[in-house]
Design a protein around this ligand. Sequence first.
Ligand SMILES: Cc1ncc(COP(=O)(O)OP(=O)(O)O)c(N)n1
Ligand code: TZP
Ligand code: MG
Length: 224
Amino acid sequence: MDEDDFDPEFGSRFERERRPACQLYLISPPRFDPGFPEKLKAALDGGEVAAFQLRLKDVEDFEVIRAGEVLKPILAAYDVALIVNDRADLAAQLGADGVHLGQGDGSVEAARKLLGKEAQIGVTCHDSRHLAMDAAEAGANYVAFGAFFPTTTKETTHRPDPSILGWWTTLSPLPCVAIGGITAANAAPLVAAGADFLAVSNAVWGHAQGPGGAVAEFGKLLSV
Ligand SMILES: Cc1ncc(COP(=O)(O)OP(=O)(O)O)c(N)n1
Ligand SMILES: Cc1ncsc1CCOP(=O)(O)O
Ligand SMILES: [Mg+2]
């Protein structure tokens, strides 16, 4: 990949040039319960959040669409990007801001065709420099590394060293996301290594002080 491939006009909140500080990227719980919209509002009242990923697992398509339709106006009111996990077609149907693709979730090119040039397309790269370079080459808007810490949210087999984040930031202007078992207590080395975004699920939705308390705790870490 070449620095010249980076288009500064391709504006987005996933652009390191415009938003230099590390930011929070919330990942939804795997099921949508009726109380979730209030939990989301509480989280967003806790401090700044850049993006929210709708990551529902083992549910019918219509449930993803219904959840997305409920959450979309809330996210818009807080100026938070809606990213749909796994499915570019559902992201398109929802008019979401983007899609997150794992290695088995389809190509960046196909997602770009469906979603258009403004869409934010992220790609899981595990602990692989090679996958990250491929994703950037394919036109991704961010690359995601992880799982950095043990997590109960997903079975994981890759455990990158935080130095992969530093390596990436010196190589590419494309933002990098750190994910996996991240809490406000263990995130500092990832921020120091160069993570542009911390993607977090359980540490927010399962926090003893509630989602707002969790986001506020991350806010303290990310504002220093
Ligand atoms: C920001 C972010 N990074 C990584 C993932 C994991 O995606 P994937 O490997 O496809 O696994 P599932 O999340 O689909 O179980 C992610 N969702 N978001
Ligand atoms: C989706 C995903 N991909 C790698 S780890 C992970 C889980 C993130 O959730 P948590 O923040 O609860 O570990
Ligand atoms: Mg996936």
